[in-house]
Design a protein around this ligand. Structure first.
Ligand SMILES: NC(=O)C1=CN([C@@H]2O[C@H](COP(=O)(O)OP(=O)(O)OC[C@H]3O[C@@H](n4cnc5c(N)ncnc54)[C@H](OP(=O)(O)O)[C@@H]3O)[C@@H](O)[C@H]2O)C=CC1
Ligand SMILES: CC(=O)C(=O)O
Ligand SMILES: [Mg+2]
Length: 753
């Protein structure tokens, strides 16, 4: 992969992402049932009085009876929002909500954002200190220097829970990990590095302190701020934290400082470094341009000037993301799990070393596949990617161990292996697989045909698909599609491939294809001409058959059954297979695959067995070892009934097929999903709750899937259509653009096949 940005989006898309549905990015969900009056009586008065008294008697039990132990506050006053400057507390809320969701996504830490409307250091300290009872940890964010130093230091002294200014220490840990590996790759030792740090704020001061602690000599580090080099004797714009890093030098500008330097560490503002400046750096320069959202110099600019450089930025859309997202979720996970009273230097160094070591290990096959070959240790992979599933085990374990060894853990972990497994279980593999599917699509972009190219939601999906680098959208629509794209902010609509049946030179070939296929099914040539001209699903499906795309997405304008009928005129199920629809329900800690929710009204035993195999295969591709339950109203013959025969026969067919996964039936959903119920049937051949549910017929399957989508709290992926000779996905009429993109990615990547 080149050093080029792959993710782009319009401002409109970024705003829509935040405003669509429930505004913002977080909501609070009760973790206990709240359905009955009894539930409420336990959750609140009078039942709640019991834990109140217990905590009053023994404060440590707050960790047993409340969410405190897994709850972190992300607190800012908005005085240094990313690299955007002091834009105030309210404007910082999207970033803080973002940090909160990253805590959850990456390390299952519950988190809430708090924006404090004050630039007064003492008022800020007082407000945070008062919050100690509520939280297991405090993550300070985007507070400008030098106030952030006083705030963090004071709160660390006053509070008995971890207080961590992410922009200082999170950044320093990740930058240090990256520097260890970049120095290794360029054959340098820490003690020999000459470093220029641009910026003298929260992040820069902490990074400088950490790299000096790791062996870079103080007189080989030049720090610059907005006024230039920080030299001994300078008086303008100084403070005690900058003075600590002032050096004796006659250099006065960043350009002079960079002349001959090995390393540039930018924690300042967009565009602060020019190509001319990096041209003068030492051979094989290390350029970490970490300002967000836009770096001091972009990787393409830096590489054009210095092809021998190792370049990193804070962004996820270039290789080598040196960003504190790699740190704070996992560092807090480890600290919370041992109930550490603070996050000390030993824990920070342990995290940096663990990250550096992880990048040097062989990348697991699924991650490597998703990224392509460049994701083995080397100049374009000096630091693990944030969604590498191994981070969740490696970093918290390293941090927890360091906390125990340095004496700040109040609840030591006795069995590290069991802790590792607990960490693994916290992440739903579907989330990782989806992330990897997206990365895989970027590594191997495919052509996906969007058959309803006149619909706004479809165009938004196609734009996101293209801008995200997931593949090439092929649009079906009329002449006004370019105007519609332009209205959605696309400046170069002509770069989108458009097929219009009125003018397409492919039409005669398409008619030949369709007539050849349908002539003995009662269709005349002119029927085929009319279908090609007027029906976009048939037009799109024939284009797919002729190899003009790798997969097709439709379904937003017609009912599923209607769209499926049209598609089936052109595309058959794969030879010897039964096509079927799968809904994937992604819960917080579980994923269930439900089938056949869309195609076969009354599947016969052979079809039920096929559906089980198809769905088990999709479950496997999505990271789950399949355990199939054939569902029914009856549990192993009780009550009896004629409807059970098909299900029982399907189980027997699988017995004869040696399928290589667990299956059992017939059973109702409570037995399939609830281990206590399942335990009543010790002969059942499922080693745990089922994750593939094969329904007895389309009525129950389709109703269940739609009920769950409308009423359930889980995210739903699909329906995916599998078992067709070409990958065609029929979305629902209520699909959002991002659901369509997910379907496109799953179809292009061969998961939905
Ligand atoms: N990749 C990552 O993980 C992270 C990146 N960052 C990025 O680092 C940057 C700084 O953040 P933070 O330390 O929190 O902010 P601060 O406000 O604490 O510090 C900003 C510093 O940048 C300096 N600065 C501003 N303009 C220039 C310039 N043209 N040349 C040199 N220095 C300049 C300021 O100088 P002065 O003192 O003279 O005002 C100040 O020292 C931001 O872009 C932020 O996004 C931060 C944290 C993590
Ligand atoms: C990444 C981050 O925390 C920042 O840029 O401020
Ligand atoms: Mg920040």
């Amino acid at each position: 992969m080149s050093n080029e940005s792959t993710v782009q989006f319009s401002e409109r898309e970024a705003l829509l992402f935040h405003s669509e549905g429930r505004p913002g990015k977080i909501e609070i969900i009760a973790s206990k049932p709240m359905a009955t009056q009894r539930d409420l009586a336990l959750a609140y008065s009078p039942g709640v009085a019991v834990p109140v008294l217990a905590i009053a008697e023994d404060p440590a039990t707050a960790y047993d009876y409340t969410a405190k132990g897994n709850l972190v506050a992300v607190i800012s006053n908005g005085t240094a929002i990313l690299g955007l400057g002091n834009l105030g507390a309210l404007a910082s809320k999207p970033v803080m909500e973002g940090k909160a969701v990253l805590f959850k996504r990456f390390a299952d830490v519950d988190s809430i954002d708090i924006e404090l409307k004050t630039e007064d250091v003492q008022r800020f300290i007082d407000a945070v200190e008062l919050m100690e009872p509520s939280f297991g940890g405090i993550n300070l964010e985007d507070i400008k220097a030098p106030e952030c130093f006083i705030i963090e230091q004071t709160l660390r002294e006053k509070m008995n829970i971890p207080v961590f200014h992410d922009d200082q220490h999170g950044t320093a840990i990740i930058a240090a990990a990256g520097l260890i590996n970049a120095a290794f790759l360029t054959g340098r030792a820490m003690k020999d590095l000459t470093v220029v740090v641009n910026g003298a704020g929260a992040a820069s001061i902490a990074c400088t302190e950490l790299i000096k602690a790791m062996g870079v000599p103080g007189d080989q580090v030049i720090m610059c701020d907005s006024k230039g080099v920080i030299y001994q004797g300078r008086t303008e714009g100084m403070n005690q934290w900058k003075s600590a890093h002032a050096v004796v030098t006659d250099k006065r500008t960043l350009a002079e400082a960079l002349d001959g330097a090995d390393v540039f560490m930018g924690l300042s503002v967009k565009g602060a470094v020019t190509q001319d400046m990096v041209r003068k750096m030492a051979p094989k320069p290390i350029i970490f341009a970490m300002a967000n959202p836009d770096p001091e110099i972009t990787p393409p600019e830096a590489m054009a000037a210095r092809p021998d450089a190792i370049v990193a930025t804070g962004r996820s859309d270039y290789p080598n993301q040196v960003n504190n997202v790699l740190g704070f979720p996992f560092i807090f996970r480890g600290a919370l799990d041992v109930r550490a009273t603070g996050i000390n230097d030993a824990m920070k160094i342990a995290a940096a070393e663990a990250l550096a070591a992880l990048a040097r290990q062989q990348v697991p096959e699924e991650v490597a596949l998703a990224y392509g070959v460049q994701h083995s240790f080397g100049p374009e992979y000096i630091i693990p990617a944030p969604f590498d599933p191994r981070l969740m085990e490696v970093v918290p374990v390293a941090v927890a161990k360091a906390a125990m060894d340095s004496g700040v853990a109040t609840k030591p972990i006795l069995d590290v292996e069991a802790y590792r497994q607990e960490l693994r279980a916290r992440l739903n593999p579907t989330t990782s697989v989806l992330t990897l599917a997206y990365e895989g699509a970027r590594a191997r972009p495919k052509r996906v045909l969007f058959a309803e190219g006149e619909e706004e939601v479809v165009l938004r999906a196609a734009i996101a698909f293209k801008d995200g680098g997931y593949g090439v959208p092929v649009l079906v629509g009329r002449d006004d599609v370019p105007d519609r794209l332009r209205a959605l902010g696309v400046t170069d609509p002509e770069s989108y491939e458009l097929h219009n049946s009125r003018i397409s030179p492919l039409v005669p070939r398409m008619v030949d294809f369709l007539y050849e296929r349908l002539q003995r099914r009662g269709y005349l040539r002119r029927d085929c001409e009319r279908m090609i001209n007027q029906d976009r699903n048939i037009f799109g499906a024939v284009l797919l058959q002729l190899g003009e795309a790798d997969a097709m997405i439709t379904g937003t304008t017609r009912t599923y059954a209607h769209a499926l009928r049209e598609v089936r005129r052109v595309i058959d199920p794969k030879a010897g297979e039964t096509s079927c629809g799968i809904h994937v329900l992604v819960g917080r800690s579980h994923t269930v695959f439900l089938a056949d929710t869309m195609v076969n009204e009354r599947p016969n035993p052979e079809q039920l067995a096929d559906i089980a195999e198809q769905t088990a295969s999709v479950a496997r591709k999505m990271g789950h070892e399949p355990r199939v339950a054939f569902l029914s109203y009856s549990t192993f013959g009780n009550p009896a009934g004629s409807w059970l025969d098909n299900v029982r026969a399907a189980v027997k067919i699988l017995d004869s097929r040696q399928v290589g996964f667990e299956y059992e039936g017939e059973m109702p959903p409570d037995v399939a999903l609830n281990p206590k119920q399942l335990a009543n049937y010790p002969f059942a051949r499922l080693s745990g709750p089922a994750n593939v549910l094969v329904m007895p017929g389309l009525q129950s399957a389709n109703i269940s899937a739609k009920l769950l989508r409308e009423l359930g709290g889980d995210a739903v992926i699909g329906p995916m259509l599998v078992g067709m000779e070409k990958s065609v996905q029929i979305a629902t009429m209520s699909s959002t653009a991002s659901e369509l993109v997910t379907l496109a990615v799953l179809a292009a990547g061969g998961i939905a096949r």
